[in-house]
Ligand binder design. Sequence first.
Ligand SMILES: Cc1cc2nc3c(=O)[nH]c(=O)nc-3n(C[C@H](O)[C@H](O)[C@H](O)COP(=O)(O)OP(=O)(O)OC[C@H]3O[C@@H](n4cnc5c(N)ncnc54)[C@H](O)[C@@H]3O)c2cc1C
Length: 470
Amino acid sequence: MTAENMDVVLLGVGTCGEDLGLRLAGEGLNVVGIEAELLGGECAYWACIPTKMMIRAADLIQEARRVEGVAGHADVTPDWTPVSKRIREEASGGWDDSVAVSRFEEAGGRFVRGRGRLTGPSTVAVGDQRFTATRGIVIATGSKPVIPPIPGLDEIEYWTTHDAIKAEQLPASLIVLGGGAAGCEIAQVYSRFGVDVSVVEARDHLLPSEEPEAGEAVTAAFKAEGIAVHAGVRAEQIDGRGRSIAVSLGEGTELVTDRLLVATGRTANVDGLGLDAAGIDGSGGFLEVDDHLRVADGIWAIGDVTGRGNFTHVALYQASIVAAELLGEDAPPARYDAVPRVTFTDPEVGAVGVSEADARAAGIDVASAVKSVPATFKGWLHGPGNEGVVKLVVDRDAGVLIGATSVGPRGSEVLGLLSAAVHAKVPISELRSMIYAFPTFHGGVGEAFGAYARGLQQVLDPERDQSLMA
Ligand SMILES: Cc1cc2nc3c(=O)[nH]c(=O)nc-3n(C[C@H](O)[C@H](O)[C@H](O)COP(=O)(O)OP(=O)(O)OC[C@H]3O[C@@H](n4cnc5c(N)ncnc54)[C@H](O)[C@@H]3O)c2cc1C
């Protein structure tokens, strides 16, 4: 069969594949997008959007519970029905991508539903169709859940995040394996809707890729809400028991649950992609890209498949660089030193740059500051639900912030200031002398820098806080 010539072949039209395809087709390139499932991918149908809808609903419940003792009394009866209806009807359109397909085609793109594979350095096959890319192939096939090799796991019906998002009825109990961002977000939502939730995390604290202070704050909030946290232990054996599931944590501890959610990380989606045919080494899991996202001559990779941070904003950032490359524009090299990361638990965890431990391990002369949010003016005024911490990691020699964490109410929004500071390498002297609005949560960053008058600072003066004032 003869292959059709196209300027660009997109393998995977998910979160960033769609964005790139729309841009390139809009610029008049001949683009074919090959998508095995839903055009628009994880973020729209299975990840960011539906989970954030769930979180918004769960946060409303919790805020109502905080009325007591502050503003009177509120009774709240959680009901999952409107949440699942909103996800089904508003977020995912019933997991139907026809609107997205029309948008793609109206922009001038050609859409092919099917699982594509590379057949050579510039050729792709999907079903019985063949395409030759004259400008380039872009691999944007995303990631899939890692399923750990725990004895017994493959013999039960476990959930992945897809099942937790699609559920129309909630189970009475849920064990979440994995205390990373997705596991923690779903654990808290389910708990707030009345599910008896336990989280099992093999590493020492929840959110193990973030500062320990972040994991501690989220653990404290979880425990206060009745979520059991088992950190520093592994699930060793899983057994189906009729309609229940037993999870053995060793040392005689066994947890029994109705449902088990596996949220133990993600790996690149490269199965059956035909990487060998294009001379690409996929043995390392994620695809190795250079700073212009090239994985081989004439082939680029973007999004989760590159392993540079499983975030929509990273995927879209990479797509913008590849768009420039394919359009023959100057494309800046990708940088990842200021990638913002957010876990939308309550308290929210925003983080950017390196952790204190990683910076020290890299031999950087580091100063750090920690300010607890309840001990900031805004945190103290806020009252219930004010748990959190601001942590700053400073490179003393360079005089700039290289890492920061903002845990607390609106921790994701406070992160904007911190990300700008890390990205633009704003001198610490500027961050200390700038004016922070009073009283705000981002003002807590100023307080951590010791930016407010000492007298005022002593009103709250928590012993455990250190500021960078000295
Ligand atoms: C529960 C959860 C919550 C999340 N929340 C957030 C959040 O709040 N904020 C955030 O920034 N990130 C979040 N993420 C991460 C975010 O969803 C991903 O980083 C993002 O969707 C990745 O985009 P992508 O284009 O790389 O992959 P995807 O959107 O997964 O797209 C890849 C596409 O490729 C297709 N495909 C795979 N193989 C083939 C093939 N051989 N042929 C054709 N098509 C193929 C797949 O069907 C898929 O549609 C979350 C993730 C999860 C799991």
